[in-house]
Design a protein around this ligand. Structure first.
Ligand code: ADP
Ligand code: MG
Length: 305
């Protein structure tokens, strides 16, 4: 188990991580979300032991994780970290970058491991390509493969799919998270993507200005966001008399309801997101059809939908 107990850290006076506590069970995935600058990367660097905690403690399986003050070279056999900026050797091939990480393995095993892991990240065809000739997204896949190659017990991923185009993101994501699950690898994942969280995370932590705004199971936070920042992470929402409604929880009715005027309809996957004005505020709803600007409509709010 990863145990993070009441840790704080400041770069120069201002707190980047402030009194954060959580734990991750073996094989579980915890997603850390929050706006840019909320402290996600700093939290991962603290867990990896790249920064010294100003306060609090971190341990894996009961063993403390030490920062640079007590351990000069960060890193541990059991823990791998994929930073937002990946560190690859440009003048050797993809396979060599990964193989370089498997020095303790017999050559045959090293080759099999490398092939297996390139398959997971979808780079088998690039095994013999020099890293310098790869795109940003492909380099990000190599960085992921390198971290996975040695079968860590826990992996820290900092926005691991940020450079991957949307054509390839979904299968890559399934490949990587299913690999983590089937190999019992625990994961702390910084992400901006609700699909990472809803489909794969066991637990989520919402950071705001370095502090934990909320935490829990993704499903529970989705159903009871409680806070506009949390709702906006998942979907378009409207706050009406202090109650948060997602766009799919607002319907149009022919009679009754609340009068609103349509501003604009946006095409989505199989439906339209319709922006309306209701009592001077913007209210979003999902509708199966396009509705012209200026149309008068009646809204029905249903947060059990
Ligand atoms: P996130 O990953 O959520 O975007 P970061 O952990 O990178 O957030 O940053 C948290 C805060 O710490 C921000 O205010 C950022 O400007 C600041 N910060 C990050 N890295 C440094 C650094 N090396 N030196 C000084 N301040 C930093
Ligand atoms: Mg970051």
């Amino acid at each position: 188990m990863l145990s993070v107990e009441n840790i704080s850290f400041s770069y120069k006076g201002s707190a980047a991580v402030d009194a954060v506590s959580f734990s991750v069970q073996k094989g579980a995935i915890t997603a850390v979300v929050g706006e840019s600058g909320s402290g996600k990367s700093t939290l991962l660097r603290l867990i990896y032991g790249e920064l010294d905690v100003g306060h609090g403690s971190i341990s894996w399986e009961g063993q403390p994780i030490l920062g640079p003050k007590d351990k000069l070279v960060p890193g541990h056999g059991y823990m791998k970290y994929v930073a937002q900026e990946f560190n690859l050797m440009p003048y050797i091939t993809v396979a060599e970058n990964i193989g370089a990480h498997l020095s303790g393995f017999y050559p045959k095993e090293r080759k099999t491991r490398t092939e297996e892991i390139l398959e997971v990240v979808g780079l088998s065809a690039y095994s013999n390509t020099l890293v310098q000739f790869l795109s940003g997204g492909q380099k990000q896949r190599v960085a992921l493969a390198k971290a996975l190659a040695k079968q860590p017990e826990i992996i820290l991923l900092d926005e691991p799919f940020s450079y991957i185009d949307s054509f390839k993101k979904r299968p890559l994501r399934r490949g990587v998270f299913n690999y983590l699950k089937s190999n019992g690898i625990a994961c702390v994942l910084a992400t901006h993507d609700k699909d990472d969280v809803l489909s794969f995370a066991d637990q989520m932590l919402v950071l705001q200005k370095g502090r934990v705004l909320s935490s829990g199971r993704p499903k529970d936070l989705y159903n009871n966001p409680g806070h506009p920042i949390i709702a906006s992470f998942f979907a378009e929402y409207s706050s009406i008399d202090g109650v948060i409604y997602y766009a799919h929880q607002i319907k149009l009715v022919n009679k009754g309801g609340f009068r609103a005027v349509v501003n604009k309809s946006y095409l989505k996957e199989g439906f339209y997101l319709v922006e309306t004005t209701y009592k001077g505020q913007r209210v979003f709803l999902n509708h199966f059809d396009f509705i012209r600007s200026g149309t008068n409509v009646r809204l029905f709010f249903d947060n059990n939908a």
